[in-house]
Design a protein around this ligand. Structure first.
Ligand code: ATP
Ligand code: MG
Length: 295
């Protein structure tokens, strides 16, 4: 991917970022067949990189997906990570928090699902729901038993600034202790979402994907876009930037996500452990013993 193109997809750290300034469609030079071929190449590359990550055993990679409904999180995860050894990868979907989860701080359930060193963890929704759906519906917070928050009126602007700061601190800590954080916002247009909802309603095989609450959230589109813009402005950092991926063309979205992942992981100083002289001797000895056993 050309540097220009990648720059356009990145939400600039420390700057005001507005969802409106990012494309939802793709009109670049790549054609669909090429995009699919490049995706396949990246899928293979990711499998090799994960193997290396595991052998090196110093870093974990956390990949976060956020999006409006029907933007294509599930399909993107399915296609991009399809080549990875299942032992090297874990996917976690975050739904409405359970009672037990609500009895803890909002990062508790997130921390419990972080990938081990050597593995890739994929979050289908994440701690960002706590500054997205929760910001659009602040009444949720009033029920969260937080100190000092008894009513929607207590959820002030400062409350949100503090929460963005907490998320940034958390991600800085993760990065400094070996978990690389890569965040994707799949940016679908209102029009394309409508098309996909209609398809879900009209195709019996897709009916199960439809939920009537999706329509209710769609009515709050501009509130969501404001929450996404704030999220991009406040939590795109040098150490954990947001990538805003056009989602109206599924093939381009999948290619772009895979490309950014490959580029980011390739930048890590990872290598297979060197075989020491001592280890080499042990291997030679084992070979001899095995040869004797076999005869
Ligand atoms: P699908 O493709 O299956 O619809 P989904 O991710 O939309 O996947 P759902 O069960 O439909 O899954 O929705 C999960 C819901 O949980 C979303 O509406 C999301 O906003 C909500 N949710 C996630 N985290 C939180 C949170 N911390 N507080 C409140 N709601 C949350
Ligand atoms: Mg849903």
């Amino acid at each position: 991917m050309e540097k220009d193109e990648r720059d356009r997809l990145e939400a600039k750290p420390g700057k005001k970022n507005n969802v409106k300034d990012f494309s939802t469609g793709y009109d670049g030079p790549l054609i669909k067949a090429e995009g699919k071929e490049l995706l396949q190449r990246n899928v293979d590359r990711l499998a090799k990189l994960q193997d290396l990550l595991y052998a090196h055993d110093r870093y974990a990679v956390l990949v976060v997906f956020q999006a409006m409904d029907a933007a294509g999180k599930d399909g993107t995860i399915k296609h991009v990570f399809s080549g990875i050894n299942p032992q090297g990868c874990q996917v976690c979907a975050f739904k409405q928090p359970s009672d037990e989860e609500l009895d803890h701080d909002y990062l508790w359930r997130i921390v419990r699902q972080l990938p081990e060193r050597g593995r890739i963890g994929v979050f289908n929704r994440s701690h960002y729901e706590d500054v997205l759906v929760v910001k659009v519906h602040p009444e949720i917070i009033a029920g969260n038993k937080l100190p000092g928050i008894f009513d929607v009126k207590d959820v002030t602007k400062d409350f949100w600034s503090e929460r963005y700061r907490q998320i940034n601190d958390f991600e800085r800590y993760l990065t400094e202790t070996g978990t690389i954080v890569i965040k994707f916002f799949l940016n679908v247009s209102e029009k394309e979402q409508e098309k996909r909802f209609v398809a879900r309603l009209n195709d019996p095989a897709k009916n199960w994907k439809f939920s009537s609450s999706d329509l209710k959230e769609r009515e709050l589109w501009s509130e969501y876009m404001q929450a996404y813009s704030d999220m991009l402005s406040e939590t795109s950092t040098d150490y954990a930037p947001w990538y805003v991926i056009p989602a109206d063309e599924k093939w381009y979205m999948r290619y772009a996500v895979s490309q950014i992942l490959v580029e980011r992981i390739e930048r890590l100083p990872i290598h297979y452990p060197e075989i020491t002289e001592e280890k080499q001797k042990v291997i030679e000895q084992a070979k001899e013993e095995l040869a004797k056993l076999i005869g």
